[in-house]
Design a protein around this ligand. Structure first.
Ligand code: GLC
Length: 724
């Protein structure tokens, strides 16, 4: 625990119990007058009142109208932009570009702090294997390393190297922990996870976030092992504060404490709050008013109260709030600058993932086009978790007509997002017959993405699938552009179309970026951060799964022959008795890492610096340096992503079949050759072993197979050995 400053210790020693307890809350009040009353009452934190002037009024009340003049934390969900919106975190993850994520977060921090926000409730670093869960849009997908690296980059972007700067905001790693494992993909539901999976999957991105200096961690709504995380002392205090040495603040989720009554672990709010604080919660987040009167908290251990208040005051000090509580109102950023627009347009283009392409993309400059589908004209491209004051997006149709001219572009949406019987489909199909290419813009509107937006069916809603197949049936080459907050089941139509590209909810400049991709000025070289299942029945599904004792080699069939051991003998361990479905192919429709843009690359054989290292050498910092040469043999500047996977053929606990240990996105000019090099050391190769207590993260001697290439299904392998 970082020792508190003299100022903080001095304040702590002079505060009354009531003043201390008032610091342990953040409350949302829509009316500024109500929020000012709370500030006068000494509350520690409030939600942003949506302007620099209103924030200064709140700070002035706290600083000049309370006995100790302690300034406020001012929090907001700045998830993927404040005024200028960049792609949703899942979309940004598809870029496989941590530097881009850092730059976007820095832009958001600059805009937010200028308005008085000094604390964001982001990044969400919840790994999830379940696209039924609407909140996958807010995370970075199914992979631990990708989530950890992008989470770290986002924290660095938000916080910079000095929280007191006027372009920095305190970051919050959320939702601690295993929220992405909610059963059935139903939001707020139970998460039943083993210590093994907790350590190797769900806790890892938070460990990285704490290591990156996240100022706060938010507790999750779910239970782990039957205990709501808001009162889970082994996790909130044991792991987070004691094992990892986290010295920031643990904030509850909105109404997470009152929700403990519904969890049936507390009989009244005072008990709920006492349990939460004593488990390690520092700040209780009240929603519309269901917060507890601090006076009911007589029984909380005074030392725990002092620890929580100390953490909060120290964060306020690191933010520079004691010396400069106010923001400069004239320089508040209230809209996108040209640079901001350029950055978020670049990000939206980098997020695009090409699922299929028979060469129809990029579109020919002279192609006559039909733009169909609800997203041809919808400007609902910002995505979940954008606030009313965000700069809006335009529509693709307007952008395309502007860039290609009205003569070449016909626009006929054909159906809405949720319509079932839509006569417009026939009109659109008829129009498709007289153009060179039909581009169908489909997807999920942002209202069915994000929190409290779980779906039991992850196909395109409404009649959108029918629109695609009817247009494709005309024989006109059909391109599908998918705007979505989650992986979708595209099985019904994907084989009927010439090309398909996932563009996520791309933000303020999404329309321009989508047209950049369609016209080829931007290379859609992103990769899927999360598997696209063949059907909802496959969920949960992810690439880093265990091999099981009976891995399938071939799919199942409904007309399976019956196996009679008496007749077939012991040879019943054929492909029948393996882990698969009788009624579907093996594996997802598109796996993690799927993608590859307009570029054409060739790859050399990979090399490694040394085939053998000892455990001690690795522990002392030596690394396996793996390299692969690649060349852009195409005629255009193009991006590629090189991923490095590790496979452990034998381990003392069942290993994943593969896991990503490194990746890099790079841009090559036509004819350019590049060497992608990766140093695999102790941190990359270690695994959490939970067959010991306490669990240990260590390297196991033996052989490892390293797979390297542009995609999970396009790798080359080499073996290395770790000697004991
Ligand atoms: C919500 C979300 C959380 C968010 C908080 C404050 O319920 O779970 O991610 O930060 O409330 O808006």
């Amino acid at each position: 625990m970082t020792p508190h400053s003299d100022r903080v210790r001095g304040l702590l020693s002079g505060m009354t119990r009531e003043e201390k307890l008032a610091q342990l809350r953040i409350v949302y009040r829509p009316a500024l007058a109500d929020a000012i009353e709370l500030a006068r009452g000494g509350i520690g934190a409030v939600f942003w009142p949506q302007s620099a002037a209103a924030t200064n009024a709140l700070q002035r009340a706290a600083v000049t109208q309370t006995r100790l003049g302690i300034p406020l934390l001012v929090g907001l969900d700045v998830i993927h932009g404040q005024r200028t919106i960049y792609p949703t975190p899942l979309g940004l993850a598809a870029s496989f570009d941590p530097e881009l994520a850092r730059r976007c977060a820095a832009l958001a921090a600059r805009e937010a702090r200028s308005g008085g926000v000094n604390w964001t409730f982001a990044p969400m670093v919840d790994v999830s294997y379940d696209p039924r869960w609407g909140r996958v849009v807010e995370g970075f997908g199914e992979d631990v390393l990708l989530t950890s690296v992008l989470g770290r980059a986002t924290i660095e972007g938000f916080q910079g190297d000095d929280l007191a700067r006027d372009d920095a905001i305190a970051a919050t790693a959320k939702h601690f922990v295993a929220y992405g494992a909610s059963e059935g993909g139903r939001d707020y539901n139970t998460a039943e996870v083993s210590t093994h999976r907790l350590r190797n999957v769900y806790l890892e991105p938070f460990r990285h976030a704490v290591d990156a200096g996240a100022a706060a961690v938010m507790a999750s709504f779910n239970t782990v092992g039957g205990v709501p995380v808001h009162i889970h002392r082994p996790l909130l205090t044991g792991v987070l504060k004691e094992e990892w040495g986290f010295d920031g603040i643990v904030v509850g989720d909105a109404d997470g404490v009152p929700n403990l009554l519904a969890h049936r672990v507390a009989g009244d709010l005072a008990v709920a709050l006492q349990l939460a604080h004593e488990a390690g919660l520092d700040v209780e987040m009240g929603g519309s008013g269901s917060t507890v009167d601090p006076q009911d908290l007589a029984r909380i251990d005074p030392a725990r109260v002092d620890d929580a208040v100390g953490r909060i005051l120290s964060l306020k000090e690191r933010l520079g709030l004691f010396d400069a509580p106010y923001v400069e109102e004239p320089v508040e950023i209230v809209g996108p600058t040209a640079q901001a627009r350029s950055l978020v347009r670049e990000a939206a283009g980098h997020a695009a993932v090409l699922l299929e392409n028979d060469g129809t993309l990029p579109l020919r400059q002279d192609a006559r086009l039909l733009l169909a589908g609800p997203y041809a004209t919808s400007s609902d491209l910002l995505g979940a978790w954008t606030q009313s004051f965000a700069a809006p997006a335009g529509s693709v149709a307007d952008e395309m007509v502007d860039r290609c001219g009205p003569d070449r572009v016909a626009v006929l949406p054909g159906t809405g997002f949720f319509d079932i019987d839509e006569p417009g489909i026939e009109e659109a199909a008829e129009a498709a017959k007289s153009v060179d290419v039909a581009v169908v813009f489909v997807g999920e509107p942002s209202t069915i993405s994000g929190e409290a937006a779980s779906r039991s069916d992850i196909r395109l809603p409404g009649a959108q699938e029918r629109l695609i197949t009817r247009i494709a049936a005309t024989g006109t080459p059909t391109v599908v552009v998918i705007v979505t907050g989650r992986p979708l089941d595209v099985t019904a139509w994907i084989d009927d179309v010439a090309a398909a590209v996932v563009v996520w909810h791309g933000g303020t400049e999404a329309a321009a970026a989508i047209v950049d991709v369609l016209l080829g000025t931007v290379d859609p070289a992103g990769r899927l951060p999360m598997s696209f299942p063949r059907s909802v029945g496959q969920i949960p599904i992810h690439y880093a799964h265990e091999n099981t004792g009976r891995p399938p080699r071939v799919r199942g069939f409904l007309d399976e022959e019956t196996i009679d051991v008496g007749v077939h003998g012991p040879d019943n361990l054929s492909d029948k008795f393996t882990s698969k479905y009788l009624d579907d192919e093996l594996g997802p429709r598109y796996a993690f890492g799927h993608g590859g843009g307009y570029g054409r690359f060739v790859y050399d054989s990979p090399t490694v610096s040394s085939a053998t290292l000892t455990l001690d050498q690795l522990i002392n910092g030596m690394t396996f340096d793996v390299s692969i040469g690649l060349e852009n043999i195409g005629d255009r500047t193009a991006d590629d992503v090189i991923m490095v996977f590790v496979e452990d053929p034998v381990s003392r606990q069942a290993p994943p079949v593969r896991r990503v240990v490194a990746f890099e996105r790079m841009t090559l000019e036509p004819g350019e050759r590049r060497e992608a090099s990766f140093s695999l050391g102790q941190d990359a190769l270690a695994t959490w072993f939970t067959d010991v207590e306490p669990p240990r993260r260590e390297i196991e001697p033996g052989e490892l197979v390293v797979h390297i290439g542009p995609r999970l299904d396009r790798t080359q392998s080499l073996s290395v050995v770790i000697d004991a």
